[in-house]
Structures are given as structure tokens and as C-alpha cells.
Design a protein around this ligand. Structure first.
Ligand code: F0G
Length: 351
């Protein structure tokens, strides 16, 4: 059967009616990949799965929430939406807004978003405003504007975003035919960990699963307000997607971690980049740096002896590596340039 996106797939769990115009790019149904190579390198006793959200239409998990947020905005008669973003939310809002035929305003931190994401917002004809500040400052402005003017905010504070993002947890349960022992994911504005936990609890309540995973959220060490217990005024990390010092869903992320007996922890940029490279070279999976914080978290917790034999561990890889080709190129061996002659090529190949 043709996959029709997360609203049609999980309609019974979402706040939609027959009157809701469904604005979809057929998001969801993303690959759920058993990663034995990576497990062998980290801990051969665990079953390690990656949920590759880079396969969504705009290349990140944001599409799951954006289909709901834009559909509900259109249903309510809104003709303009606004968001602050480290890049992926703006890319997704721009695409879904284009499909809905409404105006999209995106506010981003100048110079701190990956070029692929900026390109997406621009080509979908969003009005893009770069602020000389960080994401947290942009979000404060967006909240204020959406409170005063007829424009719908589509950041994850919008409850429909989180509802849609619950579908990530639903799919994991459907794909693993049960529930994992641990679910690792990167934490930025903390909406996704909140949404996954809501999703797992919803499936549990309805008897679709018989237990719940421990939620393991990982911030970048230079942008780890939840771990440190205070706002970080000047967050700093190479993982620009999660360069956030005052997460909007801070409290609910803490609740997700504590209710599930998981935790919010942090990994350094070095640990993130190591995981990013391992994913690409050992498993053929190209995610963005922020996404690799989840796998870096698995590596860190494994060293601390967290896992027992047979544990099912899921990592959400939140976005596609192609969003930021500069990062990949900077971290990789440069191509060799030779004359267009067979002998020259063979010399380099070592034959
Ligand atoms: N990974 C990626 C690739 C992201 O883009 C984000 C958030 C996260 C992880 C963290 O998710 O915020 O729900 O905790 N990106 C937002 C944006 C902030 O504007 O695109 P979160």
C-alpha cells in the first residue's frame, strides 16, 4: 500500500478530524537499520538499531511534526507561520508552507546554520532573516511576534509539532515489534525527546507495547544547560543543530528522562565527531553531526558498563549528512588529482 505520511498512518492518535486539510510530503516510514558493524565495534552483546530520520522528505525528523503543525495552522485559517531555527525546522517549515501555499518566516542565527539547510529555506521561498545572535535569542523574538501578530509559531512549543513527532516512537515500536530497552537521541530544544516519550507512553496506554524504554538524551558539552542545571548564555558546539542554551522543552525532557529511568547527559564535540565518522565508515550511514550525539552517547554509556547482554538499543539519527557537506569534506581525506591517464590512476590505486 502507498505510504501516505504520518497523519494518515497514525490518525487515531492525533488531533485531526475529517475537516483537517492534510498537508503532507509523505514523511515518516524511515529506515530502521540493524547495525551489526557498529555493535561489533562498540559492544557485540547489544542489538543496535538506528532510526534514520535523514530519510524524511526535507532530510530531518522535523517533517513528522511539521505536517501536523502546518495542517492545523491551515485548518485554523492561518496564512503565515514563523519559526526560529538552527536550520532543520526552517527547512521543514519552508517546504510544508510552500506546499500549503502560505507565507513562511524563518529567523536563524547568522553564520551558524549548515548551508544545505539555508539553501532549503531559500529555495522554498521562505522569508529568511538572520539575527546577529543565537537560537535562544531568535526564539524569544519569534514567541513575542507570534503572540502579537496573526502568524502561527511552528517551533516545537506548538503542541501539534510534538504530537506529530510521537510518530517516531510509534514507528520504532512497529518496526521492532515491541519496545527497545534504551532509546538514545540528541537533545537541543528538547522537543524530540519529549515527543518520543509521549509516543511510547501513548502506545503503552493503548496496549500496543508491554513496557517502556529508558530515554537517554545527549546534549553537546558546550551547549548542555539541562545537564549543568542552568541556562548557557553562549552555547558553543560544532553540532550547530543543537547549539541551544535555553531549551523550550527543558522541563518535559527532564520528566521524560526521570519517568523512564533514563537520563540527560552530554558528549564532547570530539566524541560526536568520532561517532559521526564511525557511522559513515562502518555502516554507510551519513547523518549530520548533531545526530551522531546519540551514538556518541551509546559509546560513552557502554564504557560506563550500562548495557547487559541482549539489550535492544535504538538511536535516532535526526538529520541527513548532506545538510552539511562542508563538515564531511573537512573531516575526510582529500581526493587525489592526477592527469587523465590510466597509468596515473593505477599508480594511485596501488596496482
Ligand atoms: N538533531 C537535529 C539534526 C536537529 O536539527 C535538532 C533540532 C535536534 C537534533 C534536537 O532536537 O530540539 O527536539 O531537542 N533542531 C531545531 C531546529 C532546534 O531549529 O532545526 P530537539
Amino acid at each position: 500500500m502507498r505510504w501516505r505520511g504520518v497523519i494518515e498512518q497514525y490518525r487515531e492518535y492525533l488531533s485531526v478530524t475529517d475537516k483537517t486539510p492534510v498537508i503532507t510530503l509523505n514523511e515518516g516510514n524511515t529506515p530502521f537499520v540493524l547495525c551489526n558493524n557498529l555493535a561489533r565495534a562498540i559492544n557485540p552483546e547489544i542489538e543496535l538499531y538506528l532510526k534514520f530520520e535523514g530519510s524524511n522528505p526535507t532530510g530531518s525528523f522535523k517533517d513528522r511534526g511539521m505536517t501536523m503543525a502546518i495542517s492545523k495552522a491551515v485548518e485554523a485559517g492561518s496564512n503565515a507561520v514563523i519559526c526560529a531555527s538552527t536550520g532543520n525546522t526552517s527547512a521543514s517549515a519552508a517546504a510544508y508552507g510552500a506546499r500549503a501555499g502560505i507565507k513562511v518566516f524563518v529567523i536563524i542565527p547568522e553564520g551558524k546554520i549548515a548551508m544545505g539547510k539555508l539553501a532549503q529555506a531559500m529555495i522554498h521561498q521562505a522569508v529568511v532573516i538572520q539575527v546577529q545572535g543565537n537560537f535562544d535569542e531568535a526564539l524569544t523574538i519569534v514567541k513575542s511576534i507570534s503572540g502579537e501578530y496573526p502568524v502561527t509559531m511552528v517551533n516545537s512549543i506548538n503542541p501539534y509539532r510534538l504530537e506529530g513527532q510521537m510518530s517516531g516512537a510509534f514507528e520504532v515500536c512497529d518496526q521492532i515489534n515491541g519496545y527497545p530497552d534504551y532509546h538514545f537521541l540528541p537533545v537541543g530544544n528538547a522537543g524530540n525527546i519529549t515527543a518520543y516519550w509521549m509516543g511510547y507512553k501513548e502506545f503503552y496506554k493503548r496496549g500496543k507495547i508491554t513496557g517502556l524504554p529508558k530515554m537517554m538524551g545527549f546534549q553537546a558539552a558546550g551547549a548542555a544547560p539541562i545537564v549543568l542545571g542552568h541556562v548557557v548564555e553562549k552555547p558553543s558546539t560544532i553540532a550547530t543543530a543543537i547549539r541551544i542554551g535555553n531549551p523550550a522543552s527543558w522541563k518535559s525532557a527532564v520528566v521524560a528522562a526521570s519517568e523512564s529511568k533514563g537520563e540527560i547527559n552530554m558528549v564532547t564535540d570530539e566524541e560526536i565527531l568520532e561517532a559521526y565518522k564511525m557511522l559513515a565508515s562502518n555502516e554507510g550511514i551519513f547523518c549530520e553531526a548533531a545526530s551522531a550525539a546519540s551514538v556518541a552517547g551509546v559509546i560513552k554509556k557502554n564504557k560506563e558498563g550500562l548495557f547487559t547482554k541482549g539489550d535492544k538499543v535504538v538511536c535516532t539519527l535526526t538529520g541527513h549528512g548532506l545538510k552539511d557537506t562542508e563538515m564531511a569534506i573537512n573531516l575526510s581525506q582529500k581526493p587525489v588529482t592526477v592527469k587523465a591517464e590510466k597509468g596515473e590512476v593505477l599508480r594511485v590505486l596501488g596496482y
